[in-house]
Design a protein around this ligand. Structure first.
Ligand code: SF4
Length: 434
């Protein structure tokens, strides 16, 4: 049930165009069907993790957001005091450039809609009290705490570290880089689930017209031809999972939010309506590529050979899904945008993450790099005895109050470049490279 006691609803509508009036009409119909009218300070959050030519299918398209903004105005009954769009993009680019690269600036000016770059806003402490939380407090932009009516507009995408990024995962863009990077490691799904306590959307509309599959920053286009709307985030994400044929329980942040009472995942408790049935939507999503991709599989058949072990001594998980391995994948993916043969052309390279136990098949002269504080290995490489000891984790000591600016992708790209240029054959990047 939603907080108003009603069953959560998810609306599925066919849409194969980014024609703004078409999107506007569909969204307005959805808002009316769900009986949602904006009120007070209304803040729309798109997904602008990256934008521009290299990242065509990574972000919520400006035409889509324009349609949503116009539809919100269409159903406004005079209670809306501000209509704004806010985001913190990913990678190292300031959010104002992500807005520009995604074509939002001209549109927001034309519509006279305010823009909030969360990395330029005042950050305030937000106390968490629920059982199982990662931290007692986190920091979020003040403007989010002052929002009355939150509208979530994710891009429908696969995510190789969290399986998918739909509505809930879009919350990672609420935090500026300093605070986003805290727990952006094997705890990433828990972090996303904790962020759900900050605010819940009154309305969700996903840009699933051209979805992004396979990758996160540089996804491949998938013509899903859908606009998906809803009024409960867990129910919404659960239906999105059904569309691409995966269990919502297999996505940790959805499971956690469900277990914490944010909404149902069982279809019998969700009203799925709209002009497209769930069966028809599932048919459209039948070939969508998603799923967790371990770094060993990601670089299979390239000149990069990877080896991954458990990230922490007392960790339940055997792989760091939200940290160094994934960041390296995305860094190489960006390099591939400039030269798609990048990792085929480079000399053979061996990358080791976590406490890896097996052999490392490096030939004499090939580079071996141990990445991150948690790297731990003992053995022989090209006849040389090597011992790498895990360094103490810095995670528990990270205090959101003193979080320093840092960027996961910038760091990874610069580390990758540095390592490739290094003349040493065995290298240990003994720092938390997140
Ligand atoms: S240092 Fe280890 S635990 Fe930390 S992000 Fe990197 S792989 Fe994950």
């Amino acid at each position: 049930m939603n907080t108003n006691g009603e069953r959560p609803q998810v609306l599925l509508r066919f849409c194969d165009t980014y024609h703004v009036p078409t999107v506007r009409t569909i969204i307005r119909d959805g808002l009316q069907q769900l009986k949602i009218r904006p009120f007070g300070r209304t803040l729309l959050k798109p997904n602008l993790v990256s934008s521009g030519n290299l990242f065509d299918h990574a972000y919520t398209r400006s035409e889509f957001t324009e349609g949503v903004l116009l539809a919100l105005r269409d159903v406004n009954d005079g209670r809306m005091t501000e209509l704004a769009v806010g985001e913190r993009s990913g990678i190292t680019i300031p959010t104002r450039y992500a807005f520009r690269g995604a074509g939002y600036d001209e549109m927001l000016r034309r519509l006279k809609v305010k823009r909030y770059c969360f990395d330029e806003e005042q950050q305030v402490e937000y106390v968490l009290q629920h059982a199982g939380r990662l931290r007692d407090y986190i920091f979020i932009p003040e403007v989010v705490t002052k929002t009355d009516c939150f509208i979530n507009c994710p891009k429908f995408k696969a995510h190789p570290w969290t399986t998918v990024t739909f509505s809930m995962k879009n919350y990672i863009g609420l935090q500026d880089d300093r605070h986003r990077l805290i727990d952006h490691d094997q705890h990433l799904n828990q972090k996303v689930a904790d962020l759900q306590y900050v605010i819940q959307p009154k309305f969700i509309a996903a840009d699933a017209i051209i979805a992004g599959q396979g990758r996160m920053l540089t996804p491949l286009p998938y013509d899903l031809k859908l606009i998906i709307m809803g009024n409960n985030q867990v129910a919404f994400d659960a239906v999105c999972c059904q569309i691409i044929g995966i269990s919502p329980l297999s996505v940790e942040h959805i499971r956690l939010a469900y277990e914490r009472g944010f909404g149902p995942i069982d279809l019998s408790q969700i009203d799925v309506t709209g002009a497209v049935s769930l069966e028809q939507a599932s048919e459209l999503g039948r070939n969508f590529r998603s799923g967790l991709i371990r770094v060993e599989d990601y670089f299979r058949d390239t000149n990069i050979k990877t080896y991954a072990g458990i990230p922490g001594e007392n960790e339940a998980c055997d792989y760091c899904w939200g940290g160094c391995p994934g960041a390296l994948e995305e860094a190489i993916e960006i390099l591939r945008q400039f030269d798609e043969e990048t990792d085929h052309k480079m000399p053979p390279l061996h990358l080791v993450f976590g406490a890896y136990k097996g052999p490392i098949d490096a030939r004499p002269g090939e580079k071996v790099i141990f990445i991150g504080n948690c790297a731990d290995w003992q053995g022989t490489i090209a006849g040389e005895s090597v011992v790498i000891k895990r360094l103490p984790s810095t995670r528990a000591k990270k205090d959101p109050y003193y979080a320093a600016h840092s960027d996961i992708y910038q760091k990874m790209v610069s580390v990758t470049f540095r390592l490739l240029q290094s003349k040493k054959k065995i290298i240990c990047v003994c720092q938390d490279v997140r």
